[in-house]
Write a protein that binds this ligand. Structure first.
Ligand code: DC
Length: 226
């Protein structure tokens, strides 16, 4: 077996608290936070603006080849990463419930996944990252030293998403967000390529009844070998 890489992966379904937990873990251990979902959102935004049909493989390939993505970690621990796509700051534009659905749809495409998996591997080549997403422990960094899979009841995840969006000033409806959460779960878990599932060697944490600090503490206890 290949040597374990100095990488922590944190996967799980939408709204489980992965981003907040990952940012805190990264800050605590001094690693860089890698938000792979932001990349799928950016590609989703790009393809929908250009009205690229995922079935049009030639066009899709050309568009992906020409795409540049830069993720700049935020200065404050609470903020999302800044996403620069082909020189444009799309950080705000990608953080809507609609773009989450688009990202989930385009993320089922094999060419999109192959492209972003390589971008993510490049980010992680030097190690010292906390990667967050759906397949970071199974596909992107199978040799990561520490893998975690967070889960929670869909209603609790929808409740957290609503609070998160409300804090940003968005008007959202719980029933609608719950429906989107369930639909994304279905799409992300059932796609043919790199479906959402825990790596065999991942530590599973059900966060339904525990708060963010407790999740972070459990992860840090494993990483620090306590
Ligand atoms: O984590 P997020 O909500 O920003 O992710 C948006 C979508 O991107 C998610 O519904 C599925 C997809 N995604 C993925 O397929 N693989 C990843 N590693 C990260 C996200």
């Amino acid at each position: 077996m290949s040597e374990k890489k100095n990488i922590i992966t944190i996967d799980g379904p939408s709204g489980v608290g992965k981003s907040t937990v990952s940012r805190k873990v990264a800050a605590a251990v001094g690693f860089t936070y890698l938000d792979t979902g932001a990349m799928y959102r950016a590609v989703g935004l790009h393809l929908s603006r250009l009205q690229i049909d995922l079935e049009d493989k030639g066009n899709l390939g050309r568009v992906l080849e020409a795409l540049t993505l830069d993720l700049i970690p935020a200065a404050e621990e609470e903020s999302d990463v800044q996403v620069i796509m082909n020189g444009e700051d799309v950080s705000e534009a990608i953080r809507t419930p609609e773009m989450a659905m688009v990202a989930s749809r385009v993320s089922a495409d094999a060419a999109v996944r192959q492209f972003l998996t390589q971008v993510q591997k490049n980010y992680g080549a030097a190690g010292r990252i906390v990667a967050e997403g759906r397949d970071t422990g199974t596909v992107v960094f199978p040799d990561a030293a520490y893998k975690f899979f967070l889960d929670a009841q869909p209603e609790e995840r929808a409740r957290r998403r609503v609070l998160q969006l409300q804090r940003k000033g968005c008007r959202v409806d719980f029933v609608e967000i719950l429906a989107m959460t369930l639909e994304r779960d279905h799409q992300d878990r059932n796609r043919a390529v790199a479906p959402l599932r825990p790596a065999e060697d991942a530590v599973l944490i059900d966060t339904t009844e525990i708060d963010i600090e407790e999740v972070v503490n459990r992860i840090l206890a494993v990483v620090r070998g306590k």
